[in-house]
Write a protein that binds this ligand. Structure first.
Ligand code: ARG
Length: 457
């Protein structure tokens, strides 16, 4: 067995079971690029501060580049007995360049190293998610553009409420996603402080320059407190919280589209390319992708809960438990990016069944609230009067617009001939004018905002 990098004080090597149980290379090799980036910044700083020679630095930098090429060519041998990504790369560097490699870990611990790597990785991951969010937003805006005048029933309690324009509804999801991206970017700002140089927990007596490494790696500044630096995982908790909120939004979108694709609603038809069949029922065509978007939100929440639970009992500073933080993060990010991409693809592959939607609009008295506004009476009085009208319609199986002026006048003398300009979903929708409302002009403004923002032509 190879001597461990920490082997000096040990008389025995670890058992195979312990080695297998404690390794993290099987998953943290994901961090290789950022580990190399961090090591290069560290080596350059050590040389600048006179802690290592310039030729040492040069062979370290050259060796690390070579290792990165090997990894990317699939020629690097990841070894479980070398525990994690940091020690795999360091040991390989030592094999490759000899003595200078042994100086790289000067004024550094794996505790600050792993966090530096992880923060760099998370920063990139946030950019990836934000790009996928935008991609879905664009797909939704385009769907809105293609269905500009389409009126659909708006629901509260999943009961028919008021008529809305379909773009209005789709843009509600675009707004949610915009806040999701904002939350991730806020989180990145708070995350972007550099732990490198905190060493094991207490910092170092060597004359390092933490500002130099922080700058080189694109951080805002070094973290102020070395103990905080190696024990902090709130950046991960915040990241996964933001990610979970995004997942929840996508899950709600998934639920809506699954409902809309049902025979009962029949609002949308997903194309075959985003549907799957049944192994027993030959007629089935299921919206599985959006069901799985809904379903996978569960694991994203689970990943957050895993990390919250992981952190809840930990004393300062670094504890090995923290190694368990990687897999839930990797899983959460991979899952959310997948959910975003599939939702966008689904959005590009559905058609709205205009005729079917149109036919369904007369049901549910969607124009009742507009009728109450028409009366110009104290609202509670108007509510009562229109309630009586609806009651009459229900007993006679009529729409509000089917009531005669006599019927209406018997209920209230405040009704006049012009009432018919307020009845029916089309009339009703034309009456909306408040900022952010479903009136055609208001929705057009919203749509304009997004079209300009995303440069959609
Ligand atoms: N693989 C470890 C992790 O992911 C690196 C830090 C190990 N530090 C230590 N003192 N054992 O957390």
């Amino acid at each position: 067995k190879e001597n461990k990098l920490w082997g000096g004080r040990f008389e025995q090597t670890v058992t195979d079971k312990v080695e297998k149980f404690t390794e993290s290379i099987s998953f943290d090799k994901e961090l290789y690029k950022h580990d190399i980036m961090g090591s290069k910044a560290h080596a350059s700083m050590l040389a600048k501060q006179g802690l290592i020679g310039e030729s040492d630095r040069d062979s370290i930098l050259k060796g690390l580049d070579e290792i990165q090429r090997n990894i990317e060519a699939g020629e690097f041998e990841w070894r479980e007995d070398r525990e994690d990504v940091h020690m795999n790369i360091e040991a390989a560097l030592t094999e490759m360049i000899g003595e200078p490699a042994k100086k790289l870990h000067t004024a550094r611990s794996r505790n600050d190293q792993v966090l530096t790597d992880f923060k760099l990785w998370c920063r990139d991951a946030i950019d990836r998610i934000v790009a996928s969010i935008k991609n879905l937003q664009v797909a939704l805006v385009k769907l809105a553009l293609n269905n500009e005048g389409l009126i659909v029933p708006g629901y509260t309690h999943l009961q028919r409420a008021q008529p809305v324009l379909l773009p209005h509804l789709l843009l509600a999801y675009v707004e949610q996603l915009e806040r999701d991206a904002g939350r991730l970017l806020d989180c990145k700002v708070r995350m972007n402080f550099c732990p490198l140089g905190a060493c094991a927990l207490a910092g170092t007596g060597l004359p390092i320059d933490r500002f130099m490494t922080s700058d080189a790696l694109g951080f805002t500044a070094p973290m102020r407190n070395s103990i905080d630096a190696v024990s902090d995982r709130d950046f991960v908790l915040e990241f996964l919280s933001a990610n979970s909120i995004t997942a929840i939004h996508l899950s709600r979108l998934g639920e809506e589209w699954v409902l809309w694709a049902s025979e009962e609603f029949g609002f949308i038809t997903p194309s075959d390319s985003v549907s799957t069949g049944s192994s027993i029922m030959p007629q089935k065509k299921n919206p599985d992708p959006m069901e799985l978007v809904r379903g996978k939100s569960a694991r994203v929440i689970g990943d957050l809960v895993t990390l919250l639970t992981l952190c809840k009992g930990l004393p300062l500073a670094y504890n090995r438990d923290l190694q368990e933080d990687k897999e839930p993060v990797f899983d959460s990010i991979k899952t959310v990016v997948g959910m975003l991409e599939v939702s966008a693809e689904f959005a590009q592959n559905i058609t709205f069944n205009q005729e079917r939607i149109q036919k369904s609009l007369p049901a549910g008295h969607l124009d009742a609230t507009t009728l109450a506004d028409y009366l110009g009476l104290p609202f509670r009085t108007a509510h009562e009067i229109v309630g009586t009208c609806v009651h009459l319609c229900v007993s006679r199986n009529l729409r509000l617009e089917d009531l005669t002026l006599d019927d209406l006048k018997r209920i209230s003398p405040a009704f006049h001939q012009d009432v018919y300009e307020y009845l029916g979903v089309e009339n009703a929708i034309n009456k909306f004018r408040s900022y952010g409302s479903t009136g055609a002009a208001c929705v057009a403004k919203q749509l304009d905002y997004w079209v300009t923002k995303f440069g959609i032509s």
